[in-house]
Design a protein. Structure first.
Length: 147
């Protein structure tokens, strides 16, 4: 797939930076995933991620993408898994109790599990769109600051 950007970042990635991930994620990389879907994810396999958990940054995740999300991914749609206000990713394993969801909002890693279908829809349609706008705005600011 020509024209795909493949930035590789190690350690902590500052909020507002949105690398387009393509391929297998190496240990030590903690990206905010946004953009093109790696082919390996098409198989329903989550990338292994290692890093420090901070508010607004993707938590450590390891597992299989549930069937509901797999169908969405097959359509080529990549939801923002995390944004600056600490909304946790909709791709999880099992049902997340209310308390872990609240902890997730403040950036604390919840138990691995599948979020309820309603929560997933809200993330994809509502919260993720808001996050997309915020992240895009911050990315433009970060890039301008680097010039």
């Amino acid at each position: 797939m020509p024209g795909i950007i493949m930035p590789i970042m190690f350690g902590i990635i500052m909020p507002g930076i949105m690398p387009i991930m393509f391929g297998i994620i190496m240990p030590g990389i903690m990206p905010i995933m946004f953009g093109i879907i790696p082919p390996i994810i098409m198989l329903g396999i989550m990338p292994i991620m290692f890093g420090i958990i901070m508010p607004g940054i993707m938590p450590i995740m390891f597992g299989i993408i549930p069937p509901i999300m797999r169908l969405i991914i097959m359509l080529g749609i990549m939801p923002i898994m995390s944004d600056i206000i600490g909304i946790m990713p909709p791709i999880m394993f099992g049902i997340m109790p209310i308390i872990p969801i609240m902890l997730g909002i403040i950036g604390i890693m919840p138990p691995i599990g599948i979020m309820p279908l309603i929560d997933g829809i809200v993330h994809i349609i509502g919260i993720e769109l808001i996050g997309m706008v915020i992240m895009a705005f911050l990315s433009v600011r970060s890039l301008r600051g680097l010039e």
